[in-house]
Design a protein around this ligand. Sequence first.
Ligand SMILES: *Cc1c(COP(=O)(O)O)cnc(C)c1O
Length: 448
Amino acid sequence: MNAERLLELDALHVWHPCTQMKDHEELPPVPIERGEGVYLVDCSGKRYIDGISSWWVNLLGHNHPRLNRVLARQAGRIAHHIFANFTHEPAVRLSAGLAAVTPGRLSRVFFTDNGSSAVEAALKMSFQYWQQSGLPEKTRFLSVTGAYHGETLGALSVGGCDLYRRIYQPILLKGYQASGPDCYRCDEGMRRADCNAECFRHLESIVEKHHCAIAAVILEPMVQCAAGMRIYSPVYLRKLRSLCDRYQIHYIADEIAVAFGRTGKMFANEHAGVAPDILCLSKGITGGYMPLAVVVTGEEIYRAFYDDYVTLKAFLHSHSYSGNPLAAALAVEVLEIFREEEIIPRLGPRISRLASYRERFESLPCVGEYRHLGMIGAIELVARRETKEGLAWEERAGYRVFRRALERGALLRPLGNVIYFLPPLTISTAQLDDLADIAFESIRDVLG
Ligand SMILES: *Cc1c(COP(=O)(O)O)cnc(C)c1O
Protein backbone atom coordinates (compact mmCIF):
# COMPACT_ATOMS: atom_id res chain seq x y z
CA MET A 1 0.00 0.00 0.00
CA ASN A 2 1.45 3.40 -0.85
CA ALA A 3 1.76 6.03 1.86
CA GLU A 4 -0.98 8.22 0.45
CA ARG A 5 -3.56 5.43 0.47
CA LEU A 6 -2.40 4.35 3.91
CA LEU A 7 -3.03 7.81 5.36
CA GLU A 8 -6.36 8.06 3.58
CA LEU A 9 -7.58 4.85 5.18
CA ASP A 10 -6.03 5.80 8.53
CA ALA A 11 -8.02 9.05 8.49
CA LEU A 12 -11.20 7.12 7.68
CA HIS A 13 -10.96 4.23 10.12
CA VAL A 14 -8.33 4.56 12.83
CA TRP A 15 -8.70 6.16 16.25
CA HIS A 16 -5.21 6.77 17.65
CA PRO A 17 -4.32 6.70 21.37
CA CYS A 18 -3.91 9.84 23.44
CA THR A 19 -4.60 12.04 20.41
CA GLN A 20 -6.98 14.82 19.48
CA MET A 21 -7.72 13.31 16.10
CA LYS A 22 -8.40 16.73 14.59
CA ASP A 23 -4.66 17.43 14.92
CA HIS A 24 -4.17 14.99 12.03
CA GLU A 25 -5.68 17.54 9.67
CA GLU A 26 -2.49 19.55 10.10
CA LEU A 27 -0.05 16.84 11.05
CA PRO A 28 -0.97 13.38 9.78
CA PRO A 29 0.59 10.37 11.51
CA VAL A 30 3.99 9.30 10.21
CA PRO A 31 3.69 5.99 8.37
CA ILE A 32 6.51 3.81 9.64
CA GLU A 33 7.87 1.01 7.53
CA ARG A 34 10.60 -0.44 9.69
CA GLY A 35 12.97 0.11 12.57
CA GLU A 36 16.74 -0.02 12.72
CA GLY A 37 18.42 0.24 16.09
CA VAL A 38 17.48 3.61 17.57
CA TYR A 39 15.87 4.74 14.29
CA LEU A 40 12.34 4.58 12.99
CA VAL A 41 12.22 4.66 9.20
CA ASP A 42 9.14 5.97 7.40
CA CYS A 43 7.72 4.97 4.01
CA SER A 44 9.77 7.60 2.21
CA GLY A 45 12.98 6.37 3.85
CA LYS A 46 13.27 9.28 6.27
CA ARG A 47 14.84 8.31 9.61
CA TYR A 48 13.83 9.48 13.08
CA ILE A 49 15.86 8.91 16.23
CA ASP A 50 13.42 7.27 18.63
CA GLY A 51 14.18 9.67 21.47
CA ILE A 52 11.40 8.38 23.72
CA SER A 53 11.75 4.65 23.04
CA SER A 54 8.31 4.64 21.38
CA TRP A 55 6.50 5.50 24.61
CA TRP A 56 9.17 4.09 26.89
CA VAL A 57 8.93 0.49 25.69
CA ASN A 58 11.86 -0.04 23.36
CA LEU A 59 14.87 -1.03 25.41
CA LEU A 60 17.61 -2.36 23.13
CA GLY A 61 16.77 -0.85 19.74
CA HIS A 62 14.36 -1.81 17.00
CA ASN A 63 14.81 -4.88 14.86
CA HIS A 64 17.19 -6.47 17.34
CA PRO A 65 18.77 -9.63 15.87
CA ARG A 66 18.65 -11.71 19.07
CA LEU A 67 15.08 -10.72 19.90
CA ASN A 68 13.99 -11.34 16.30
CA ARG A 69 15.50 -14.81 16.46
CA VAL A 70 13.85 -15.71 19.75
CA LEU A 71 10.48 -14.47 18.56
CA ALA A 72 10.66 -16.54 15.38
CA ARG A 73 11.83 -19.62 17.28
CA GLN A 74 8.97 -19.39 19.78
CA ALA A 75 6.41 -18.73 17.02
CA GLY A 76 7.60 -21.95 15.37
CA ARG A 77 6.70 -23.85 18.54
CA ILE A 78 3.53 -22.22 19.84
CA ALA A 79 2.31 -18.61 19.91
CA HIS A 80 -0.13 -18.90 22.77
CA HIS A 81 -1.92 -21.37 25.00
CA ILE A 82 -4.05 -21.18 28.10
CA PHE A 83 -2.01 -20.43 31.23
CA ALA A 84 -4.39 -21.96 33.80
CA ASN A 85 -3.67 -25.68 34.34
CA PHE A 86 -0.91 -25.41 31.73
CA THR A 87 2.56 -23.93 31.86
CA HIS A 88 5.57 -23.46 29.61
CA GLU A 89 9.31 -22.98 29.75
CA PRO A 90 9.53 -19.25 28.85
CA ALA A 91 7.12 -18.26 31.66
CA VAL A 92 8.88 -20.48 34.17
CA ARG A 93 12.32 -19.23 33.20
CA LEU A 94 11.15 -15.64 33.26
CA SER A 95 9.59 -16.03 36.72
CA ALA A 96 12.73 -17.60 38.15
CA GLY A 97 14.85 -14.96 36.41
CA LEU A 98 12.80 -12.08 37.83
CA ALA A 99 12.83 -13.62 41.30
CA ALA A 100 16.63 -13.62 41.08
CA VAL A 101 17.11 -10.01 39.93
CA THR A 102 14.31 -8.08 41.66
CA PRO A 103 15.04 -6.36 44.99
CA GLY A 104 14.31 -7.97 48.34
CA ARG A 105 12.48 -11.24 48.61
CA LEU A 106 10.10 -10.91 45.71
CA SER A 107 9.62 -14.42 44.41
CA ARG A 108 6.15 -14.92 42.89
CA VAL A 109 5.26 -13.71 39.43
CA PHE A 110 1.69 -13.10 38.30
CA PHE A 111 1.20 -12.44 34.57
CA THR A 112 -0.96 -9.81 32.92
CA ASP A 113 -0.62 -8.19 29.51
CA ASN A 114 -0.19 -4.42 29.90
CA GLY A 115 0.86 -1.92 32.53
CA SER A 116 -2.61 -0.80 33.53
CA SER A 117 -3.76 -4.38 33.97
CA ALA A 118 -0.74 -5.07 36.19
CA VAL A 119 -1.70 -2.10 38.36
CA GLU A 120 -5.29 -3.37 38.56
CA ALA A 121 -4.05 -6.81 39.61
CA ALA A 122 -1.70 -5.30 42.20
CA LEU A 123 -4.49 -3.23 43.77
CA LYS A 124 -6.84 -6.21 43.89
CA MET A 125 -4.10 -8.41 45.33
CA SER A 126 -3.39 -5.95 48.13
CA PHE A 127 -7.07 -5.45 48.92
CA GLN A 128 -7.81 -9.19 48.97
CA TYR A 129 -4.74 -9.89 51.09
CA TRP A 130 -6.11 -7.71 53.90
CA GLN A 131 -9.59 -9.21 53.50
CA GLN A 132 -8.01 -12.62 54.13
CA SER A 133 -5.54 -11.51 56.78
CA GLY A 134 -7.78 -10.15 59.52
CA LEU A 135 -7.73 -6.46 58.58
CA PRO A 136 -10.76 -6.19 56.27
CA GLU A 137 -11.22 -2.48 56.91
CA LYS A 138 -8.10 -1.82 54.82
CA THR A 139 -9.89 -1.08 51.57
CA ARG A 140 -8.44 2.19 50.29
CA PHE A 141 -5.37 3.14 48.32
CA LEU A 142 -3.10 6.10 48.88
CA SER A 143 -1.43 7.73 45.90
CA VAL A 144 0.21 11.06 45.14
CA THR A 145 -0.34 14.05 42.89
CA GLY A 146 1.51 13.77 39.61
CA ALA A 147 1.25 9.97 39.68
CA TYR A 148 0.55 7.96 36.57
CA HIS A 149 -0.44 4.31 36.76
CA GLY A 150 -2.41 3.76 33.56
CA GLU A 151 -5.77 4.47 32.03
CA THR A 152 -8.17 1.76 33.19
CA LEU A 153 -10.56 2.85 35.93
CA GLY A 154 -8.70 1.36 38.88
CA ALA A 155 -5.35 2.61 37.63
CA LEU A 156 -6.81 6.03 36.85
CA SER A 157 -8.28 6.17 40.37
CA VAL A 158 -4.76 6.16 41.82
CA GLY A 159 -3.47 8.53 39.15
CA GLY A 160 -2.71 12.17 39.83
CA CYS A 161 -2.47 13.68 36.36
CA ASP A 162 -5.54 15.84 36.01
CA LEU A 163 -5.45 15.92 32.24
CA TYR A 164 -6.17 12.20 31.94
CA ARG A 165 -8.41 11.90 34.94
CA ARG A 166 -10.61 14.88 35.59
CA ILE A 167 -13.58 14.04 33.39
CA TYR A 168 -13.80 10.48 34.76
CA GLN A 169 -13.73 11.56 38.41
CA PRO A 170 -17.39 10.59 39.03
CA ILE A 171 -16.76 6.97 38.07
CA LEU A 172 -13.43 6.45 39.89
CA LEU A 173 -12.71 4.63 43.17
CA LYS A 174 -12.51 6.74 46.30
CA GLY A 175 -9.09 6.89 47.86
CA TYR A 176 -6.53 9.16 49.47
CA GLN A 177 -4.21 11.44 47.57
CA ALA A 178 -1.17 13.12 49.09
CA SER A 179 0.74 16.00 47.59
CA GLY A 180 3.67 14.29 45.83
CA PRO A 181 7.29 15.29 45.36
CA ASP A 182 7.80 18.17 42.93
CA CYS A 183 11.45 19.13 43.26
CA TYR A 184 11.57 21.82 40.59
CA ARG A 185 8.83 23.76 42.35
CA CYS A 186 9.65 22.59 45.87
CA ASP A 187 7.31 24.03 48.52
CA GLU A 188 9.94 23.50 51.19
CA GLY A 189 12.57 25.52 49.34
CA MET A 190 14.93 22.53 49.20
CA ARG A 191 17.02 20.96 46.44
CA ARG A 192 16.56 17.35 45.37
CA ALA A 193 20.28 16.64 45.53
CA ASP A 194 20.59 17.26 49.26
CA CYS A 195 17.09 17.47 50.73
CA ASN A 196 15.72 15.10 53.33
CA ALA A 197 12.47 14.54 51.44
CA GLU A 198 10.76 17.04 53.75
CA CYS A 199 7.71 16.90 51.46
CA PHE A 200 7.12 13.32 52.60
CA ARG A 201 5.24 14.78 55.57
CA HIS A 202 2.14 15.22 53.37
CA LEU A 203 1.91 11.50 52.75
CA GLU A 204 2.94 10.69 56.30
CA SER A 205 0.17 12.76 57.87
CA ILE A 206 -2.50 11.02 55.78
CA VAL A 207 -1.13 7.63 56.80
CA GLU A 208 -1.01 8.59 60.47
CA LYS A 209 -4.65 9.61 60.33
CA HIS A 210 -6.13 6.93 58.06
CA HIS A 211 -3.82 3.91 58.24
CA CYS A 212 -6.63 1.65 59.45
CA ALA A 213 -8.38 2.16 56.11
CA ILE A 214 -5.33 2.04 53.85
CA ALA A 215 -4.38 -1.21 52.09
CA ALA A 216 -1.51 0.12 50.03
CA VAL A 217 0.49 3.11 48.89
CA ILE A 218 1.23 3.04 45.17
CA LEU A 219 4.15 5.06 43.84
CA GLU A 220 6.46 5.42 40.85
CA PRO A 221 9.91 5.19 42.44
CA MET A 222 12.47 7.94 41.67
CA VAL A 223 10.72 9.45 38.62
CA GLN A 224 7.11 10.43 38.04
CA CYS A 225 7.41 10.01 34.31
CA ALA A 226 4.05 11.10 32.91
CA ALA A 227 4.00 14.16 35.18
CA GLY A 228 6.97 15.45 33.17
CA MET A 229 9.89 13.27 34.29
CA ARG A 230 9.74 14.61 37.84
CA ILE A 231 12.83 13.17 39.48
CA TYR A 232 12.95 13.08 43.27
CA SER A 233 15.14 12.02 46.16
CA PRO A 234 15.58 8.35 47.14
CA VAL A 235 15.12 9.50 50.75
CA TYR A 236 11.41 9.67 49.93
CA LEU A 237 11.38 5.94 49.21
CA ARG A 238 13.27 5.06 52.38
CA LYS A 239 10.79 7.06 54.44
CA LEU A 240 7.92 5.37 52.65
CA ARG A 241 9.32 1.90 53.27
CA SER A 242 9.60 2.45 57.01
CA LEU A 243 6.20 4.15 57.24
CA CYS A 244 4.54 1.22 55.45
CA ASP A 245 6.24 -1.23 57.82
CA ARG A 246 5.11 0.73 60.84
CA TYR A 247 1.43 0.84 59.83
CA GLN A 248 0.91 -2.48 58.01
CA ILE A 249 0.48 -0.97 54.58
CA HIS A 250 1.72 -2.45 51.32
CA TYR A 251 4.16 -0.50 49.21
CA ILE A 252 3.22 -1.11 45.58
CA ALA A 253 6.06 0.05 43.34
CA ASP A 254 5.03 0.89 39.82
CA GLU A 255 8.29 0.40 37.91
CA ILE A 256 6.48 -0.04 34.62
CA ALA A 257 8.40 2.87 33.11
CA VAL A 258 11.59 3.03 35.16
CA ALA A 259 12.76 -0.59 35.51
CA PHE A 260 15.37 -2.28 33.30
CA GLY A 261 18.05 0.34 33.48
CA ARG A 262 16.16 3.52 32.68
CA THR A 263 17.36 5.22 35.86
CA GLY A 264 20.84 3.73 35.59
CA LYS A 265 20.01 0.77 37.84
CA MET A 266 18.12 -2.39 37.01
CA PHE A 267 15.25 -1.25 39.28
CA ALA A 268 14.66 2.28 40.50
CA ASN A 269 14.11 1.10 44.08
CA GLU A 270 17.80 0.17 44.16
CA HIS A 271 18.63 3.89 44.42
CA ALA A 272 17.08 3.79 47.88
CA GLY A 273 18.07 0.24 48.77
CA VAL A 274 14.46 -0.70 49.48
CA ALA A 275 12.14 -3.38 48.20
CA PRO A 276 8.40 -3.05 47.65
CA ASP A 277 5.79 -5.59 48.74
CA ILE A 278 4.35 -5.66 45.25
CA LEU A 279 6.21 -4.69 42.08
CA CYS A 280 4.59 -3.90 38.72
CA LEU A 281 6.68 -4.30 35.56
CA SER A 282 5.84 -3.95 31.89
CA LYS A 283 6.94 -1.74 28.96
CA GLY A 284 10.65 -2.61 28.47
CA ILE A 285 10.25 -6.12 29.84
CA THR A 286 10.01 -7.62 26.32
CA GLY A 287 12.45 -5.12 24.86
CA GLY A 288 9.42 -3.26 23.54
CA TYR A 289 8.44 -6.12 21.24
CA MET A 290 5.21 -7.47 22.74
CA PRO A 291 2.70 -6.48 25.40
CA LEU A 292 3.48 -8.19 28.69
CA ALA A 293 3.26 -7.16 32.31
CA VAL A 294 3.91 -8.87 35.60
CA VAL A 295 3.08 -8.34 39.24
CA VAL A 296 5.84 -9.68 41.46
CA THR A 297 5.31 -10.28 45.17
CA GLY A 298 6.72 -12.29 48.06
CA GLU A 299 5.71 -15.48 49.82
CA GLU A 300 3.91 -13.67 52.61
CA ILE A 301 1.28 -12.18 50.33
CA TYR A 302 1.16 -15.33 48.21
CA ARG A 303 0.48 -17.49 51.28
CA ALA A 304 -2.65 -15.49 52.21
CA PHE A 305 -4.26 -16.83 49.03
CA TYR A 306 -2.98 -20.41 49.35
CA ASP A 307 -5.53 -22.76 50.94
CA ASP A 308 -8.08 -25.48 50.22
CA TYR A 309 -10.26 -24.59 47.26
CA VAL A 310 -13.45 -24.36 49.36
CA THR A 311 -12.05 -21.51 51.45
CA LEU A 312 -12.41 -19.44 48.24
CA LYS A 313 -9.21 -17.56 48.91
CA ALA A 314 -7.69 -17.94 45.45
CA PHE A 315 -6.76 -14.93 43.36
CA LEU A 316 -9.27 -15.37 40.53
CA HIS A 317 -7.94 -12.54 38.38
CA SER A 318 -7.17 -13.58 34.79
CA HIS A 319 -6.54 -12.33 31.28
CA SER A 320 -6.96 -14.36 28.09
CA TYR A 321 -3.35 -13.69 27.14
CA SER A 322 -1.91 -14.34 30.61
CA GLY A 323 1.63 -15.66 30.31
CA ASN A 324 1.79 -15.31 26.53
CA PRO A 325 4.72 -17.52 25.40
CA LEU A 326 5.96 -15.19 22.64
CA ALA A 327 6.18 -12.28 25.07
CA ALA A 328 7.67 -14.42 27.84
CA ALA A 329 10.34 -15.83 25.51
CA LEU A 330 11.32 -12.29 24.54
CA ALA A 331 11.50 -11.24 28.19
CA VAL A 332 13.75 -14.19 29.02
CA GLU A 333 16.06 -13.13 26.20
CA VAL A 334 16.06 -9.53 27.43
CA LEU A 335 17.30 -10.71 30.84
CA GLU A 336 19.97 -12.83 29.13
CA ILE A 337 21.11 -9.87 27.05
CA PHE A 338 21.34 -7.70 30.16
CA ARG A 339 23.55 -10.29 31.80
CA GLU A 340 25.72 -11.33 28.87
CA GLU A 341 26.18 -7.90 27.33
CA GLU A 342 26.52 -6.12 30.69
CA ILE A 343 23.96 -3.55 29.64
CA ILE A 344 23.77 -1.72 32.99
CA PRO A 345 27.49 -1.57 33.84
CA ARG A 346 28.11 -0.19 30.35
CA LEU A 347 25.61 2.67 30.57
CA GLY A 348 28.19 4.93 32.25
CA PRO A 349 29.36 7.00 29.24
CA ARG A 350 25.80 7.48 27.99
CA ILE A 351 24.63 8.61 31.43
CA SER A 352 27.42 11.15 31.73
CA ARG A 353 26.67 12.39 28.23
CA LEU A 354 23.02 12.97 29.15
CA ALA A 355 24.13 14.74 32.32
CA SER A 356 26.50 16.95 30.35
CA TYR A 357 23.67 18.62 28.41
CA ARG A 358 22.51 20.55 31.42
CA GLU A 359 24.56 23.68 30.92
CA ARG A 360 23.65 23.91 27.27
CA PHE A 361 19.91 23.64 27.76
CA GLU A 362 19.88 25.85 30.85
CA SER A 363 21.58 28.55 28.80
CA LEU A 364 18.26 29.03 27.02
CA PRO A 365 16.08 31.57 28.87
CA CYS A 366 12.95 29.48 28.16
CA VAL A 367 14.36 26.47 30.00
CA GLY A 368 13.50 26.39 33.70
CA GLU A 369 15.41 23.23 34.45
CA TYR A 370 17.28 20.41 32.76
CA ARG A 371 17.04 17.38 35.04
CA HIS A 372 18.43 13.93 34.53
CA LEU A 373 18.72 10.55 36.16
CA GLY A 374 20.36 7.58 34.50
CA MET A 375 19.15 7.35 30.92
CA ILE A 376 16.42 9.96 31.38
CA GLY A 377 16.89 13.66 30.66
CA ALA A 378 14.14 16.29 30.71
CA ILE A 379 13.88 19.92 29.71
CA GLU A 380 11.16 21.96 31.41
CA LEU A 381 10.09 24.88 29.24
CA VAL A 382 8.83 27.93 31.14
CA ALA A 383 7.57 31.42 30.45
CA ARG A 384 9.86 33.04 33.05
CA ARG A 385 12.82 31.33 34.55
CA GLU A 386 13.04 33.59 37.62
CA THR A 387 9.48 32.88 38.74
CA LYS A 388 9.25 29.36 37.22
CA GLU A 389 6.00 30.53 35.71
CA GLY A 390 4.82 27.92 33.21
CA LEU A 391 3.94 28.53 29.58
CA ALA A 392 0.21 28.70 28.84
CA TRP A 393 -0.76 25.12 27.95
CA GLU A 394 -3.04 26.35 25.18
CA GLU A 395 -0.02 27.56 23.24
CA ARG A 396 1.27 24.01 23.01
CA ALA A 397 4.93 24.98 22.97
CA GLY A 398 5.97 21.37 23.64
CA TYR A 399 3.89 20.16 20.74
CA ARG A 400 5.40 22.77 18.45
CA VAL A 401 8.90 21.70 19.47
CA PHE A 402 7.90 18.11 18.74
CA ARG A 403 6.83 19.11 15.22
CA ARG A 404 10.09 20.90 14.52
CA ALA A 405 12.05 17.93 15.84
CA LEU A 406 10.11 15.57 13.57
CA GLU A 407 11.15 17.63 10.58
CA ARG A 408 14.74 17.37 11.76
CA GLY A 409 14.55 13.62 12.22
CA ALA A 410 13.80 12.91 15.88
CA LEU A 411 10.82 11.57 17.77
CA LEU A 412 10.51 13.77 20.86
CA ARG A 413 6.80 13.58 21.71
CA PRO A 414 6.58 15.86 24.78
CA LEU A 415 4.73 15.75 28.07
CA GLY A 416 3.00 19.11 27.98
CA ASN A 417 5.85 21.61 28.06
CA VAL A 418 8.48 19.09 29.06
CA ILE A 419 10.71 17.82 26.26
CA TYR A 420 12.56 14.71 27.33
CA PHE A 421 15.03 12.04 26.31
CA LEU A 422 14.28 8.45 27.21
CA PRO A 423 16.06 6.61 24.41
CA PRO A 424 16.83 2.92 23.95
CA LEU A 425 19.67 2.00 26.32
CA THR A 426 21.79 0.98 23.35
CA ILE A 427 21.91 4.47 21.85
CA SER A 428 25.47 5.64 21.15
CA THR A 429 26.88 8.87 22.58
CA ALA A 430 27.09 10.27 19.03
CA GLN A 431 23.39 9.51 18.50
CA LEU A 432 22.63 11.12 21.87
CA ASP A 433 24.44 14.23 20.67
CA ASP A 434 22.34 14.25 17.48
CA LEU A 435 19.20 13.98 19.58
CA ALA A 436 20.29 16.81 21.89
CA ASP A 437 21.21 19.00 18.90
CA ILE A 438 17.80 18.45 17.34
CA ALA A 439 16.06 19.23 20.63
CA PHE A 440 18.15 22.34 21.17
CA GLU A 441 17.55 23.75 17.71
CA SER A 442 13.87 22.92 17.76
CA ILE A 443 13.38 24.64 21.12
CA ARG A 444 15.23 27.68 19.85
CA ASP A 445 13.06 27.76 16.72
CA VAL A 446 9.88 27.78 18.74
CA LEU A 447 10.81 29.89 21.75
CA GLY A 448 13.70 32.01 20.51
C1 LIG B 1 2.81 3.34 30.95
C2 LIG B 1 2.61 3.24 32.40
C3 LIG B 1 1.53 2.52 32.94
C4 LIG B 1 0.46 1.90 32.09
O1 LIG B 1 0.94 0.91 31.23
P1 LIG B 1 0.11 0.59 29.90
O2 LIG B 1 0.79 -0.61 29.33
O3 LIG B 1 0.21 1.80 29.01
O4 LIG B 1 -1.30 0.31 30.31
C5 LIG B 1 1.44 2.43 34.31
N1 LIG B 1 2.36 3.01 35.12
C6 LIG B 1 3.41 3.69 34.64
C7 LIG B 1 4.40 4.28 35.58
C8 LIG B 1 3.56 3.86 33.27
O5 LIG B 1 4.58 4.58 32.80
